[in-house]
Write a new protein. Structure first.
Lengths: 237, 193
């Protein structure tokens, strides 16, 4: 692996940057780059970067306008994203919930998940999760009462969190969710008292490599990193 | 083949996208809308080119921009331009979708191996994109057929370089260097530093 210039590795930079390697080879290349001498890693990164800048410009050649409704859907979805929004937008969120109700109940019914829930604010992501071939469900009791359930799909890189009968956070605090992966906890958003009672659904849009969903109590607005031990954890496996 | 003189630098205003991304990272919905408007045709066009299905392409484009909304704070200006960050993310998603459906092996290139022009009635019609598109088309023309074919199969059809090598009955080293030469040719022609 440590020949001075490692031409074999550098020759893989272009296929790597074009996503033209298999997943197993991708992992192998990344291991080799991580273990390579700095000069080799730098040469590899420079080449990857040049390929990506080039293809970014080349994208002009294939540009096509998307349908107009996509813009509306995206803006509705990001405006109503209660998990990630720093300022909860309850009104819009509730409107989205009502609109999504039928689709979600059908989705869960087909899976045989028997629970009373209010639907997620984001029908498209949630529907995709429910329809995914690798859909999984994990559920756990919250020590202070109630249950948390996550229906998720690695393929869709998303999950739907359902909390039933969970007591709202104490005044002046919020619940913050954390997706914990190799790089430590990453905030998956906060829920204040209004968002929690009495039954709550939220989309977890980007699972990444996270293996655990953890809940902590945090000051309003949430924290960059957990400031208290988790009061509940769900393994996402 | 077109003889090219000095090519004007790409017209997308990178610093502007950069600033928008920082605002998106702070959950600014209006900044997100602007970012979408400035980049949507490139993203949707690329995804459509890879997936060849309008419904899948719309879904995947939606996923891509939701990922932008959620991960804008992971964009690192030192690692490349915002447009390269976005299109890398978009291409990865599109290729993952193709491979997860194992459709790549069953699909045949609808447009032929050397043709990268989308149907003209769907082409995004901003003046800036139109000019840039002509430059890029000229630069693609300046590649050899073998180089264009390698880019078509690997980048737009989502094949791995090993699959490209099988498809073309050429050895792996040949395919890798064809891909590299194609990119170098484009890069030089487009005046990318």
């Amino acid at each position: 692996m440590t020949e001075p210039l490692d031409p074999d590795l550098i020759a893989l930079a272009t296929p790597y940057a074009l996503h033209a390697v298999s997943d197993s080879e991708l992992a192998d290349i990344e291991r080799r780059v991580a273990a390579a001498p700095p000069a080799v890693a730098q040469a590899f990164d420079d080449e990857v970067r040049a390929v990506r800048e080039t293809m970014a410009v080349v994208s002009a050649a294939t540009a096509v306008e998307p349908p107009g409704q996509l813009r509306d859907r995206l803006l509705t979805e990001v405006s109503a994203d209660p998990v990630r929004a720093l300022r909860p937008r309850i009104k819009r969120w509730q409107a989205a919930v009502l609109a999504a109700a039928a689709a979600l109940v059908i989705g869960l019914g087909a899976l045989g998940v028997g629970m009373a829930l209010r639907p997620a604010p984001s029908p498209s992501t949630a529907e995709q999760v429910f329809a995914a071939p690798d859909v999984r469900t994990v559920s756990g009791q919250i020590p202070s009462g109630g249950t948390a359930t996550v229906v998720f799909s690695r393929e869709k890189n998303a999950g739907v969190l359902v909390m039933n009968n969970v007591a709202p956070p104490a005044p002046g605090t919020v619940y913050q969710m954390w997706l914990i992966g190799d790089k430590g906890p990453e905030s998956a958003g906060t829920m204040d008292a209004k968002a929690v009672a009495p039954s709550t659904t939220a989309v977890l849009p980007d699972l990444g490599d996270s293996q655990t969903l953890a809940f902590t109590v945090e000051p309003p607005g949430g924290s960059a990193q957990p400031t208290s031990p988790p009061f509940a954890k769900l393994p996402l496996v | 083949m077109t003889i090219l003189t000095e090519v004007a630098r790409l017209p997308i205003v990178t610093t502007e996208l950069d600033a928008l991304l920082r605002q998106v990272a702070r959950r600014d919905v209006e900044a997100f809308a602007s970012f979408y408007d400035q980049t949507r045709a490139r993203v949707f066009g690329l995804v459509t080119r890879v997936l060849r299905d309008p419904g899948y392409s719309e879904e995947t484009t939606q996923d891509i921009y939701l990922q932008v909304w959620r991960t804008a704070d992971s964009y690192n200006p030192a690692a490349g331009s915002p447009l390269a960050w976005l299109l890398t993310l978009a291409h990865r998603r599109a290729v993952d979708r193709v491979r997860s459906e194992q459709a790549a092996s069953q699909r045949e290139s609808r447009y032929g191996s050397a043709n990268v022009d989308p149907p003209s009635d769907l082409v995004a019609d901003s003046v800036i994109l139109r000019d840039e598109r002509r430059q890029v088309a000229d630069c693609l023309d300046s590649l050899t057929d073998a180089q264009r074919e390698a880019i078509q199969l690997a980048y737009y059809d989502g094949l791995t370089y090993a699959q490209v090598s099988e498809r073309l009955s050429a050895n792996l080293a040949t395919i890798k260097s064809r891909m590299r030469d194609a990119i170098r040719g484009l890069r030089r022609c487009l005046g990318i530093p």
